[in-house]
Design a protein around this ligand. Structure first.
Ligand code: HEC
Length: 476
């Protein structure tokens, strides 16, 4: 039972590919959004404690920096969040739409929480000293809880893409949301959120005026505590890798995916180092942390968060949404935005049957022109033709006709990050014609211009050969 529609045009992002475009926007957003969640909790907890203990320094710090610790995160989070919606809707419209439908009430709840968060944040910011401390602190808690709720919901949807679990359809809402990797990834995100908040507070207190050195040290110590949960990262990471599908796990730990191993290790090691420094250096050792050190810690946290997100996205290949674990359940969606059923259909009917967006190319008599469309639909999600991201040009560089014939029908056999795809004879030849244009043969081409150029200025002693030497340049 294959549904052929909806079909969307393909955004071919040169050089970096759509996936790096999304990653670039997403990593900035993820860091800011986690920080917004963490700082909400920091603010609520420390206002509450300061009220109870009469901690005037902390209260003054929170009041004076409300602009940075309440307004800034949600404005920056909103702007980059819109950036994510733009980039995913352009690069992966099919899956974006699919996830909106699947989790429609989840999104509705998330957007409501977001409005509550924004409203509470503004009221909080404008009501210092205008409402009682209790009411003011309650506003801070509303902000914190709404922000954390958003994190939980969005993490449910994102983790679902990796571990669909026993997904049976649109009705299994709670099961979809609380999927296997939701449980470990929620505390992982909470720990990162708290750490980012702690680091940011350290930076802000260093650069805000009107505090003595002791007062600053007092705030730095409070902030340092928020980094200590980072030491939980290794056990949480182990838990995470126990729940993800074995083939995805193989992606990290087998040799061909060294980049994944390095990035992943970096994320975990950076977390331990930051957490360890907070505990032994700041709290036990009583060290002060300067603004520069804070910025350095932020840079490390940024790269560590980016690495972990990159791994999480990378191990899902060749899928965007992995198939259900239930036999007969939904079959997932590949990175190409085709379901396995649709891919089989292109193997039967040809890819161009799905290429409604390129009427000129599909009716072209030039195989390479048609082949480019096959490439855009079947390959461009994970490759660039000749860019920085997984370029296909060097991968097919030395191929001769036999290799094209054997490899293009069997791509998944060389790298299991690729969908199981056996093109029709015509698609394969079209694709081959296009891929050959990426590595044009050296200038033995008997094109008229080339012959003239070579012949006129310096006649060589070698006899010019009128026939091309390469036998495999036949065009189909
Ligand atoms: C879901 C993502 C994905 C899709 C779709 C995809 N590839 Fe790949 N492909 C990869 C990855 C990842 C690699 C591994 C790159 C590496 O090892 O450097 C790869 C490697 C390759 C290689 C090298 C294989 C080898 O032996 O090392 C070739 C050739 C290739 N792809 C061609 C294609 C063609 C042609 C298509 C379209 C029909 C395609 N790919 C579609 C992800 C994909």
């Amino acid at each position: 039972m294959v549904e052929l529609l909806p079909q969307y045009p393909i955004l071919n992002v040169p050089l970096i590919n759509g996936s790096l475009l999304i990653a670039g926007v997403a990593i900035v957003h993820v860091v800011i959004a986690h920080f917004a969640v963490g700082i909400g909790a920091f603010n609520a907890v420390h206002e509450w404690r300061a009220n109870r203990k009469g901690d005037a320094v902390m209260l003054e710090f929170l009041r004076r920096n409300s602009r940075f610790i309440i307004l800034f995160p949600f404005i920056a989070g909103t702007v980059t969040g819109v950036g994510i919606w733009f980039s995913i809707a352009l690069v992966a419209p099919r899956v974006t739409s699919e996830l909106i439908h699947l989790f429609v009430w989840g999104w509705a709840t998330e957007w409501s929480l977001f409005i509550i968060e924004i409203a509470a944040g503004y009221v909080y910011y404008f009501t210092w000293d205008r409402v009682s401390p209790r009411v003011h602190n309650a506003l801070g808690w509303i902000y914190a809880i709404a922000a954390f709720g958003s994190l939980v919901l969005i993490n449910g949807i994102i983790s679902f893409m990796l571990t669909t679990g026993k997904f049976t359809g649109i009705d299994s809402f709670w099961q979809n949301l609380f999927n296997p990797s939701f449980w470990p990834s929620t505390p992982i995100r909470a720990v990162s959120a708290f750490a980012l908040a702690g680091i940011f507070v350290i930076i802000v207190v260093n650069y805000s005026r009107g505090f003595t050195q002791e007062e600053r040290a007092h705030v730095v110590r409070a902030a340092g505590k928020w980094l200590i949960p980072l030491v939980l990262m290794p056990p949480l990471a182990v838990w995470f890798f126990r729940v993800i599908p074995p083939d995805a796990r193989g992606f990290i730990f087998n040799q061909s995916a060294m980049v994944m191993v390095l990035l992943f290790s970096f994320g975990v090691v950076a977390s331990i180092l930051l957490g360890g420094y907070a505990f032994f250096g700041i709290l036990r050792g009583g060290r002060y942390v300067t603004g520069e050190t804070g910025l350095l810690m932020l840079a490390i946290a940024f790269i560590a968060t980016g690495s972990m997100e990159f791994v999480r996205e990378g191990i899902r290949k060749p899928y965007l949404v992995r198939p259900s674990l239930v036999a007969g359940g939904p079959e997932g969606i590949y990175s190409t935005q085709l379901t396995p059923g649709e891919l089989r259909q292109t193997e039967a009917e040809g890819t161009l049957a799905r290429a409604h967006w390129w009427p000129d190319a599909t009716s072209s008599t030039d195989p390479a022109t048609r082949g480019r469309v096959v490439y855009l639909i079947q390959c461009s999600a994970c490759h660039t033709a000749n860019g920085a991201y997984n370029p296909i040009k060097p991968l097919v560089g030395g191929w001769d006709e036999q290799q094209y014939a054997a490899n293009l029908t069997n791509l998944h056999a060389t790298k299991d990050a690729m969908p199981h795809y056996s093109p029709t004879e015509r698609d394969r030849k079209d694709l081959e014609a296009y891929l050959r244009t990426l590595n044009p043969p050296p200038a033995t081409t008997p094109a008229p211009a080339a012959v003239e150029d070579a012949g006129q200025p310096t006649p060589t002693p070698r006899a010019p050969s009128p026939t091309p030497r390469r036998g495999n340049r036949t065009r189909h």
